[in-house]
Design a protein around this ligand. Structure first.
Ligand code: GTP
Ligand code: MG
Length: 580
């Protein structure tokens, strides 16, 4: 017989004691019960008309809004491809049966906890989806019934080992191939944060924290660490795109030989530390945890199967931290610094047309904040519009803040006017601009073709992906000193750094790294992998105010492992911006 009891947490952790309730099922797994948004509103004394109940068409039962398995919108074009039981909500919204946005915006001030965006990265099949699936299950975001149903479905398809991964992999194609294709998000509460987990290699630009998942299984780890392996590539990307907090989950510890082998873990920790250092991370701040996503070891509490692992410890400038589980590691993240006072920038990630709601553009607020009725501008097409409502996750809010992933209900524009990669800003406050040419300082990682004039790789910048042609290589920079080492070299080779002019094959909207750091980082890719990383240093016709440069000095020193940016800034006569 199972006895359920609820343990109230009373402790010194001032932030959110009331938010954490843990219910322990004796004889079963420990479940961690976060506060639902209704609890939250009740606590804050704020009342809001409840969303109309949503009915599971397969069972006829109504479903609690806070426990719905699907939290992201789905593009209409994909709706027909989705026929899984978990997607009933998405379908009903697309068909316009359930108004998703209630008319009364929730007061943003009532949401006390900050968000932290956590991206899970790592080699194919390292267990990212399984890890998120099991972690969210343990944090009680997914109820028992849904989990049982997923397990049955996975069993029926002969893929029982994917039951947790299927929490994240909902598309039929993903399930058939066992590979995550689409980007997915889930949200749960930890003590300090509302944690938004993202299972999306390639969506680093969303993230404050990266969880690098490496498999401890013989052969799998080595595969990921190979020169072209994704462990290496994802880590480099994460650092370049500004994700400074790193947690390494050494996964599949249950499948090492022998199981839960300390020697294997130590070896992996050593090798990944070296790699992280090479990518620019400070090894003192990197958290290492041995886990088993499948068995659930060390996810929310210390496992007794690895008695040799007692806790993780790190040193930060702001002080040390230690803990035992992955959840604690995420909870101990430094509160993300947000560029809240800057002008608004939202790179659009997806645009949806929803039944009775109209056009909704979704993206993460990189800087500034957004309120309903704001006059907006979408670059590079310079379309002006007004915003009707701001949705933060599934709740309509009176304000979207820096770091939030928001859905914007837009007036007067159609689906073809806005697309992924467009940037939204405020009309009268440094609006984003159309850019045809820009200059970037890049670091060539890996060059399958000569990096010279005429080369046209795909450039990824925030959510945009545009082919850009190299029109000039202005200089090769000495990586150690930051001074020009050669003027107008004909080619840049692997391991070299240089200042390069690009011409975009179609307009895009970027900002310089000095003004909006996260909007000015670029990654140059080919189908074979990442070719180079860098930052936009100059856009013709755009003057950079001195105070912008000063404000971003911190970000620039972070780039110093490339041996360039801090020096560029400290010696104005050699800055790319003044020189060019
Ligand atoms: P992609 O999305 O394709 O990049 O893969 P992924 O990293 O999301 O991996 P996924 O979660 O789909 O897991 C791949 C396989 O590894 C599945 O068969 C899982 O059951 C298995 N797996 C994941 N974690 C563990 C673990 O801790 N132990 C064992 N033994 N197997 C695991
Ligand atoms: Mg996956």
């Amino acid at each position: 017989m199972e006895i359920e009891t609820t343990v109230e947490y009373i402790g010194s952790h001032s932030a959110g004691i009331d938010a954490l309730r843990t219910s322990v099922t004796f004889g079963g797994v420990q479940r961690y019960t976060p506060e639902t948004s209704n609890d939250k509103m009740a606590r804050s004394g704020f009342s809001q008309p409840p969303l109309p109940p949503i009915v599971d068409t397969s069972t006829g039962n109504s479903i609690d809004n806070d426990r719905l398995p699907d939290i992201t919108f789905v593009e209409p074009s994909r709706a027909s491809a989705i026929r899984t039981a978990t997607s009933y909500r998405t379908q009903s919204v697309i068909m316009g049966e359930t108004p998703r946005l209630p008319p009364v915006p929730q007061n943003r001030a009532n949401v006390t906890k900050p968000y932290v965006n956590v991206v899970f990265i790592g080699h194919v099949d390292a267990g990212k989806s399984t890890l998120i699936g099991h972690l969210t299950y343990k944090c009680d975001v997914i109820d028992e019934a849904t989990m049982n149903r997923l397990a049955n479905e996975a069993d029926a398809a002969g893929k029982s080992s994917y039951k947790y991964a299927w929490v994240m992999d909902k598309l039929k194609a993903e399930r058939e191939k066992g590979i995550s294709i689409d980007s997915k998000m889930r949200k749960f509460d930890s003590i300090q944060f509302e944690v938004v987990v993202i299972d999306a290699p390639g969506h680093h630009d969303y993230a404050d924290v990266a969880v690098l998942v490496v498999s401890a299984v013989k052969g799998e780890f080595e595969e990921g660490m190979r020169h072209q392996g994704q462990t290496r590539e994802h880590l480099q990307l994460a650092y370049t795109l500004g994700v400074r907090q790193l947690i390494v989950a050494v996964n599949k510890m249950d499948a090492t030989e022998p199981a839960y082998d300390e020697t294997r873990y130590t070896q992996i920790e050593h090798l990944v530390t070296l790699l992280a250092k090479k990518c620019g991370y400070d090894s003192d701040t990197v958290i290492f945890i041995p886990v088993s996503a499948w068995e659930g070891d060390n996810l929310t509490q210390l496992s007794d199967k690895m008695s040799w692992f007692k806790s993780w410890k790190i040193k930060r400038r702001s002080g040390g931290a230690s803990g035992q589980s992955l959840l604690e590691a995420i909870d101990n993240s430094e509160k993300p610094t947000r560029m809240a006072t800057f002008p608004l920038r939202i790179p659009i990630h997806t645009v949806y047309k929803l039944g009775n709601i109209g056009i909704v553009a979704a993206g993460k607020i990189h800087s500034g904040k957004i309120k309903p009725n704001m006059q907006l501008m979408f670059a590079p097409n310079n379309l002006k519009t007004k915003i009707r409502a701001v949705q933060v996750f599934r709740e309509v809010m009176d304000e979207g803040r820096c770091g939030d992933t928001v859905g914007l209900q837009i007036e007067n524009l159609s689906l073809k006017d806005i697309k992924k990669g467009d940037v939204c800003g405020e009309i009268y406050k440094d609006p984003p601009q159309k850019v045809d040419n820009f200059t970037a300082q890049i670091f060539v990682l890996n060059r399958s073709q000569p990096f010279k004039k005429g080369y046209t790789p795909i450039i990824h910048c925030h959510t945009a992906m545009v082919a850009c042609k190299v029109t000039d290589i202005r200089e090769r920079t000495d990586r150690r000193t930051g001074y020009p080492a050669e003027h107008a070299p004909s080619v840049l080779s692997s391991g070299q750094m240089g200042v390069v002019d690009f011409e975009a094959t179609k307009p895009l909207s970027v900002d310089t790294f000095f003004e909006y750091p996260s909007m000015g980082r670029i990654v140059i890719r080919e189908t074979t992998g990442t070719v180079a990383v860098g930052v936009v240093v100059y856009i013709p016709g755009r003057d950079i105010a001195d105070d912008f440069k000063m404000r971003n000095q911190r970000h620039l020193t972070e780039m110093s492992h490339y041996g360039m940016m801090s020096r560029l800034l400290s010696r104005p006569d050699t800055t790319a911006t003044t020189k060019l």
